[in-house]
Design a protein around this ligand. Structure first.
Ligand SMILES: [Zn+2]
Length: 134
């Protein structure tokens, strides 16, 4: 079985330890879009021991907190789907009321062109994550 999250980072790595990594998702439509990806191949949250679930969510919440501080989004979307890649990962997506899909999920058809926003730099985001996950 070939899994793209086992064989590649899946984005620019902003933070990592031996358990999980935070990567920046490229693209201008959703600035600050990050993913938290478990290091090993596991399908579901309930396949993890309770302490591991907590550890993974700690990284997800650090991501949310870092993005709120840097971008002040109207909403943060947290999503774990895994229908296409069944390797545990969480999407952490800053949302704005004038983005192209709001209030729909980002995977829905566009409603409007959407306002362009500057993205926080990778270095700033990486620094904040390192502080929060120290
Ligand atoms: Zn995998």
């Amino acid at each position: 079985m070939s899994c793209e999250l086992c064989t590649a980072d899946g984005g620019t790595v902003l933070w990592r330890d031996d358990f999980c990594r935070v990567v920046r998702v490229s693209g201008e439509a959703f600035p600050g879009f990050c993913r938290v990806i478990l290091a090993r191949h596991v399908r579901e949250m309930t396949d993890l021991a309770p302490a591991e679930r907590d550890r993974l969510m700690r990284a997800v919440f650090a991501c949310e907190e870092a993005l709120r501080g840097l971008l002040a989004p109207d909403k943060v979307n947290l999503a774990s789907l895994g229908n296409q890649v069944a390797h545990l990962h969480w999407h952490v997506i800053p949302r704005f009321e004038d983005d192209s899909r709001f209030p729909d999920p980002i995977w829905a058809p566009a409603r409007r062109a959407g306002t362009r926003r500057a993205s926080p730099g990778d270095a700033a985001l990486a620094r904040r994550l390192a502080e929060l996950l120290a």
